[in-house]
Design a protein around this ligand. Structure first.
Ligand code: NDP
Length: 448
């Protein structure tokens, strides 16, 4: 069977076996459409059905999460943990709490995670989990009871050498604290390495909170440098205003750029003076309010509930909210307004149609599985510190993060060039470089 027939057959089988899971199909297609040149060079991967095996999670856990709200009403949510691939190390990937979460979303995220984690060069496999629980508008006590119920099932599946969850959308320091507390109560063990994203005071790593946003900006900085450019004096838009977005904004400002727009699920703000990141953190992280409050507090800002921030002219766009947020028309607007680079802080924020627009226009495009790998890389650094009962300084950890991002960037370009895409083809480079590391390990470990 030739390589393209093989790839098409695997894709058809994924669609047949996972009906209705559109985002998972999209993620698989995105990766598999890059793998042709690697499979031509490595026919043993075709014989060993490496791609077929990669597309089937090693284990899928789906469970009921019952809890009681503040009015005494019983609520029922669904929990997921997809342990996708452990060829390179324990499953590693975040937990997402958002009403849109379903099996297909968790599988898409888990699949992406395999290649991202491989790209970091650190011994971690790929996994992802979450629930359709919506923490927004819930009291701390409700979030705590939900997390306790969620962990009451999850704890039997995780462990520092088995599966190490972390945060994602809707899961930050507060949720990780409640999850860890329940894990400890159930097991009678202070296994710091069972979850990452913990507060620094009890086992967390400095710079983990900042890592995904900072890392995406470091990656973008490397990309700009290939054009002799930098962030200095550049206009930037950042979608979202959560963990990844906040620290991307902070780092862009530190590098001399100006973030003029950001968003949440209620709309976006434009602030030509540059987003005041401390005010934004206070509103979104501490008070947990809507973004319109930012515009009420800043005379230079305006809030819009309609339209999209991608209409705001910028040199660099950093999508840091959620999947498929950049549609074709957004990509066209960015291109018309002269964007230089689009670098994904979120997972799969650009639709395939948008990526095609960027490709045709020759715009630098950094895919999430490479550009946002700084979060999981720093989680792996947290695991290292936990294992050694050590704690590094912020500067030490940030320097390690910056080095990982430089390496991931260089590896993408080197691999893209080697496999015929040209160094700027970060999609090809990221997919093939990640795949080869996992495929080699899978081949060496036999048919498992
Ligand atoms: P947060 O929950 O902290 O923030 C998410 C932000 O995106 C919020 O501002 C939220 O708005 C907005 N958002 C979420 N869903 C939508 C939507 N459907 N439409 C518009 N806006 C939306 O999550 P993170 O910052 O942690 O995650 C953001 C992205 O980065 C995700 O794709 C995640 O998978 C990815 N990522 C995160 C990593 C991490 O370390 N946290 C690591 C690697 C990738 P609102 O406040 O209104 O809900």
């Amino acid at each position: 069977m030739d390589v393209s027939t093989h790839i098409e057959a695997v894709q058809a089988e994924v669609r047949r076996r996972n009906p209705g899971e559109a985002e998972f199909h999209q993620a698989v297609t995105e990766v598999l459409s890059s793998l042709g040149p690697a499979l031509v060079r490595h026919p043993e991967y075709v014989r060993g059905a490496v791609v077929d095996r990669l597309c089937e999670p090693e284990r899928q856990v789906v469970f009921r999460v019952p809890w009681v709200d503040d009015e005494g009403a019983v609520r029922v949510n669904r929990g997921f943990r997809i342990e996708f691939n452990s060829a390179l190390g324990p499953y590693k990937g975040g937990l997402r709490f958002h009403p849109s979460v379903n099996l297909g979303i968790v599988k898409f995220l888990g699949f992406e995670q395999i290649f991202k984690n491989a790209l970091t060069g650190m011994g971690i496999g790929g996994g992802k989990g979450g629930s359709d629980f919506d923490p927004r508008g819930r009291s701390d006590a409700e979030v705590m009871r939900f997390c306790q119920s969620f962990m009451t099932e999850l704890y039997r599946h995780i462990g520092e050498r088995t599966d190490v969850p972390a945060g994602d959308i809707g899961v930050g320091g507060r949720e990780i604290g409640y999850l860890f507390g329940q894990y400890k109560r159930l097991t009678n063990r202070f296994d710091a390495g069972v979850l990452t994203g913990k507060p620094v005071a009890w086992g967390g790593s400095h710079a983990r909170t900042e890592a995904t946003g900072y890392g995406a900006v470091f990656f973008a900085e490397e990309m700009l440098a290939t054009r002799g450019a930098s962030f200095d004096g550049r206009r930037v838009v950042v979608s979202g205003s959560g963990n990844v977005a906040l620290y991307a904004i902070e780092k862009v400002h530190a590098l001399g750029g100006r973030v003029v727009a950001c968003s949440d699920s209620s709309g976006y703000v434009v602030d030509e003076d540059g987003i005041d990141v401390e005010l934004l953190k206070e509103i979104k992280e501490v008070r947990r309010e809507r973004l319109s409050v930012y515009a009420e507090a800043r005379p230079t800002a305006r809030f819009s509930a309609r339209g999209t921030l991608y209409d705001v002219p910028c040199d660099v766009a950093l999508p840091c909210a959620t999947q498929n947020e950049i549609r074709r028309e957004d990509a066209v607007a960015l291109t018309k307004n002269g964007v230089l680079a689009v670098v994904e802080g979120a997972n799969m924020p650009s639709t395939p149609e948008a990526v095609e627009v960027f490709r045709e226009a020759g715009i630098l495009f950094g895919p999430g599985k490479a550009a946002n790998a700084g979060g999981v890389a720093t989680s792996a650094l947290e695991m290292q510190q936990n294992a050694a009962r050590d704690r590094w300084t912020f500067d030490q950890t940030e320097a390690r993060l910056a080095a990982v991002m430089r390496d991931v960037h260089a590896e993408c370009r080197r691999t893209a060039e080697e496999y015929g895409g040209g160094a700027d083809d970060y999609v090809l480079g990221a997919n093939i470089a990640g795949f080869l590391r996992v495929a080699d390990a899978m081949q060496a470990q036999g048919i498992v």
